[in-house]
Every structure is written in structure tokens, then in C-alpha cells.
Design a protein around this ligand. Sequence first.
Ligand code: F6R
Length: 242
Amino acid sequence: AEVVIVQDESEAGDLIAGSILSLIEGRPDAVLGLATGSTPLPVYRALARRVAQEQLDVSRVRGFALDEYVGLPAGHPESYRSVIMREVVEPLGLTPSRIHVPNGDLATIQTASDEYEDAIIAAGGVDLQILGIGRSGHIGFNEPGSSFASLTRVKTLTESTRADNARFFDSPDDVPMHCITQGLGTILRARHLVLLAFGSAKAHAVAAAVEGPVTASQPGSAIQLHPHVTVVIDEAAASELT
Ligand code: F6R
């Protein structure tokens, strides 16, 4: 992987927004892989600013979210569909019907994974996948033990991930138990992976992903199997790299 160490989150946001802008300029219907959580927010903010400044036409851009909670009521403000609409689609002015999020509705959960895989394939695959990483080493919601060949499927969230995400909910008990997530195999099919991490809490997971052994106990290490990876981290997140 190419590792870029930045001063702060806003430098990371500007850098990656620049790559995404060039991608869209060359390919107006580019397919973006969208992560949620706190990490990618500086990218989305920088992107919204640049798209407005340069009056870039993003109406044909397509997007696929990495994951979604299972069983939240439709329209819940913390569903990843709501978050992607609020943080990405609205500020950038993307076309909502071109942005896909796995369907975490319990009534149709049996078929949702295959449908999502089919939709990614029908779109021709993801051009640039933005990734965050969890303290446990997860990417998407592929917790330790996930197969490198895994495709979109329903998973149980670990207690540590539920605790990490409790900040978005009224009470820790409100964090769903299950999620539907792109698999590591799905993520590895994207043409370019951009992994971001900030802060010392991510240092161990970053070191394991970038230079640890390739092992299912560190899902982030799957990026070592991909030929085109950019890792953008601050000093604190880089502190356990040798
Ligand atoms: C989110 C996702 C997760 C997060 C990870 C880090 O779609 O797939 O892998 O990227 O949990 O979360 P933050 O960025 O909130 O620290």
C-alpha cells in the first residue's frame, strides 16, 4: 500500500476529495464506495466544497454504501441510509436513486445480500472505495474471523463495535445487534481502496492492516491482497507502524 501521513483530518479530506474529483472528471458516472462513521466526514465535507466551487456535474455519480444496521425502523436518523443521505447525497447534490445502501429491513433480509451483490456487479463494480477501520480491525462490519472471500451478508456486531457506535444512539441498548455488510471479498473487488484512520485508538489496527500478517483475525490486513491501496493517516494513527 502507499501510505500517506497527513497533518490532520482536513488535509486528508482535501487530498482524497482531489482524487475523487479527478475520477469524476474523467468518468462522470463513476462508482464510489461510501463508508459511514466519523472517519470519512472530512472527505465528504471537502468534496461538497470542491463540487460547489468547481460547479462539477455529479448528477450521474453512483454510490454504494459498505453496510447498514438490520432492523432499524425505516427513516431512523442513524440508519446508514439516513446518514449517507444527510452527510453525502444532500451536501454533494448526488442523485438519490443512484446511491445504494444495503437493505436492512427485516422483512426482506433473506434476499437483501444477493440483491446488493448483483447491484454492484450491474454497476460494473466500485471505482474507488473509501474505508475506515474499527479498533477491532474491522473494515465494513467484517469483524475478526471474517473470510477474505466473504460477500455481502448479515453479521452480528461485536460488543466492542456496539459500544463504539453507542455515541450515535440515545442508549447503548438501542444499537442494533446485527448488520448487513459488504464482505471482504466484495471490498477487495473495488478498483482502488482508500483507507483512512485518525487518532491513536486506531494505531494498532492500522499497523496490523498495513504491515501485520495477512490474517482473518485482523480483517484490515485484507488490503495487503489488493494491488491498489492508498492509506491516509495522521501521525497518531501511524504511531505503531515500524
Ligand atoms: C462504516 C464502517 C466501519 C467504520 C469503522 C470506523 O461504514 O464500515 O468499518 O469505518 O467502524 O468507524 P469510525 O470512522 O466512526 O471510527
